[in-house]
Design a protein around this ligand. Structure first.
Ligand code: T3D
Length: 262
């Protein structure tokens, strides 16, 4: 059987591809397990300094595989599947201590949309669409959707997207600030790969600390955030990449970052 997640190790970075194209890469328990394993692999690999997440075929991800939810009997406990599968995935994506680029190659629906939004930099093919499909089947946006949407696009647009479950085209998603950039379909993959390859040459520890600071800001007062910036900057200032960055500036040459820890 084909693996449900493909892992392609490149020079300093890795591509993870959701691989159930005939189901628009909808999630089964097996795919959750495979993605968790792939993410544990890139987390543990010090030589992997950036990750690119994408989907095989014409879709990025259609969320939960609804074939696994077709039930004529007792209602499934969806709280348990969020607890056991989706929530750990979102926490893991957000906590990844290296940059995570998402190349949304086609439709991103349900949890698939919110998994993309949990990544650091989201590029989408111009033909791709983001759909908060949940309301169409009587569910609530999950996988961090109700957290991310109002913060990214504001309350009015978040409510429209969540309550109407209408497709949002990639260009509109960029215009609204939901994603970083919509690009031509043909250039999505090369642009996303170039971005991941570039990020893999940057000060990895510093980038991980930037992610921490930005994630914490949503729940912090300015005072708390200033204190956090002080603590994180103290750590960043102790990394070999900071010393190299300053040296390279003084010597008027490009910096050669290694991504080594403090
Ligand atoms: O359950 C829990 O654990 C709680 C967590 C929930 C998280 C969630 O993600 S809930 C939301 C689940 N997802 C959806 O509701 C989206 C369902 N899919 C769609 O609405 C449409 O497929 C799309 C808008 C995404 C794409 O439409 P279109 O016209 O481009 O493609 P299609 O023809 O509908 O789909 C192509 C095939 O993929 C098709 O199979 P077939 O007919 O060729 O054999 C379709 O059934 C299959 N597919 C698409 N999405 C899913 C799916 N199969 C299973 N589950 C899916 N989610």
């Amino acid at each position: 059987m084909e693996p449900t997640v493909l892992v392609d190790r490149r020079d300093g970075w890795s591509v993870l591809t959701l691989n159930r194209p005939d189901r628009l890469n909808a999630f089964t328990e097996e795919m959750h397990r495979a993605l968790a394993e792939a993410l544990a692999g890139v987390e543990a690999d010090a030589g992997c300094r950036a990750v690119l997440l994408t989907g095989a075929g014409r879709g990025f991800c259609a969320g939960q595989d609804l074939n696994d939810r077709a039930t004529s009997g007792e209602a499934p406990d969806l709280g348990a599947t969020l607890d056991g599968l989706y929530n750990p995935l979102i926490r893991r994506l957000r906590a990844l201590p290296k940059p995570l680029v998402c190349a949304v190659n086609g439709v991103a629906a349900g949890a698939g949309a919110n998994i993309a939004l949990a990544c650091d930099i989201v590029l989408a093919a111009r033909s791709a669409k983001f759909i908060q499909s949940f309301a169409k089947i009587g569910l609530v946006p999950d996988s961090g959707g109700t957290y991310a949407l109002p913060r990214l696009v504001g309350a009015a647009r978040a409510r429209g997207l969540a309550l109407l479950a209408e497709p949002l085209p990639a260009e509109k998603a960029e215009e609204w600030g939901l994603i970083w950039k919509a690009v031509d379909d043909a250039t999505l993959r090369p642009e996303a790969e170039a971005l991941a390859a570039h990020l893999a040459t940057q000060p990895t520890q510093g980038l991980a600390l930037i992610k921490q600071a930005l994630d914490a800001s949503a729940g912090n007062s300015l005072d708390a955030q200033l204190d956090l910036e002080r603590d994180l900057q103290r750590r960043a200032g102790r990394t070999p990449d900071y010393a190299e960055g300053v040296r390279a500036f003084i010597e008027k040459r490009p910096a050669k970052f290694t991504g080594q820890a403090e």
